[in-house]
Design a binder for this molecule. Structure first.
Ligand SMILES: NC(=O)c1ccc[n+]([C@@H]2O[C@H](COP(=O)([O-])OP(=O)(O)OC[C@H]3O[C@@H](n4cnc5c(N)ncnc54)[C@H](OP(=O)(O)O)[C@@H]3O)[C@@H](O)[C@H]2O)c1
Length: 304
């Protein structure tokens, strides 16, 4: 299997590269502003540049392309909607069309933010979409563009991605921030009125590759099994670190002003993915256990 990872220097992309190499697959990648530290063929690419993308796919000649590249700054998308559309909507459609022509498989990574968050039960893949900000709309438009270009493409929706960046070996995202605040003994305001099913990048990457191996097509939710608020996520990190929860403060999304609206409840139901793969997705606790070394010491373990 030859995998081409678009956005190989992102959090998820670096984990997909690593997961592919661990499987013994041939892996190549593209990066945008900074090249990752992987000993694989790497190409510089702005995915909005369709002709260069086409040349790269043609010359790399992969069996499968995984698109982890995206404009992920939710407020930035609100401020630059045209750019968000170019990168998150138009480019994935063009990539899928190039793949269709080159006869390779295409996996598009999407988001729980295609939902408006008004449901109080976890979203299944077929539930009605209704994004409430430019980012979610651009990602939804990307899903549609990919489907139009390649009806059998694989689309995976993730929720609240965090984990260890495999190029730098650094813990990234929300848990790293909570860990650092706990170590500094700062008070940590955390929302109790938002709910997500956090997707650990390492496990998510291996799940994406399992879905490719299973020749899955259609839309799949890829997240952990635990639907939690950021406050509960923070409390689980305290438990993992053996830290007191006295520094955690209950907060509300309305406490802070942000450019883009965030949905309140975007937990994802992972039953379809579990049924497809014949195994269960991890709980949050199991996912945190897998990266426990990054909470236990200030040193950088290099064994995961
Ligand atoms: N983060 C989350 O909580 C979350 C939740 C649900 C779904 N997702 C989805 O998961 C996927 C991976 O996200 P992530 O968490 O790994 O984000 P990330 O770490 O921000 O990675 C995104 C990557 O895309 C690259 N990129 C941005 N604009 C590009 C362009 N025009 N051309 C080529 N590459 C470009 C970035 O490179 P530069 O930094 O060099 O620009 C970066 O390496 C995305 O599709 C995202 O929408 C993320």
């Amino acid at each position: 299997m030859h995998l081409l990872v678009l956005g190989a220097n992102g959090l998820l992309g670096s984990n997909v590269v690593q997961a592919g190499l661990e499987k013994g697959w041939t892996v190549s990648g593209t990066y945008h502003s900074t090249a990752p530290h992987f000993d694989i063929p790497l190409f510089e690419l702005d995915i909005a540049d369709s002709s260069t993308a086409s040349e790269i796919i043609e010359s790399a000649d992969p069996d499968s392309v995984v698109n982890c590249a995206a404009m992920t700054d939710v407020d930035g998308c609100e401020e630059h909607p045209d750019r968000a559309h170019d990168v998150n909507a138009q480019a994935p459609g063009e990539m899928a069309a190039h793949c269709s022509q080159a006869e390779c498989e295409f996996l598009q990574v999407s988001t729980d933010y295609v939902f408006d968050g008004k449901s109080r039960v976890s979203y299944s893949e077929g539930d009605s979409v209704n994004p409430v900000q430019v980012y979610g709309q651009s990602k939804l438009d990307g899903e549609k563009a990919v489907r139009e270009a390649m009806s059998e493409a694989l689309i995976t929706r993730l929720s609240f991605v965090y984990g260890v960046h495999r190029g730098t070996d650094e813990l990234t995202g929300f848990p790293a921030w909570v860990r650092d605040q706990l170590r500094a003994e700062n008070e940590i305001p955390l929302f109790t009125d938002q709910h997500i099913t956090p997707s650990r990048a390492g496990h998510t990457a291996s799940t994406l590759l399992e879905l490719i191996e299973a020749e899955a097509s259609g839309t799949y939710n890829v997240a952990c099994r635990s639907c939690v608020s950021p406050y509960e996520f923070g409390a689980a990190i305290c438990d993992r670190m053996g830290a007191a929860k006295s520094l955690l403060e209950e907060g509300s999304q309305s406490d802070i002003e942000r450019t883009a609206t965030r949905p309140a409840h975007t937990c994802l139901d992972v039953t379809k993915t579990q049924d497809q793969l014949g195994r269960r997705q991890p709980t949050l606790s199991v996912d945190l256990e897998a990266i426990s070394d990054w909470f236990d010491s200030e040193s950088r373990p290099n064994d995961r």
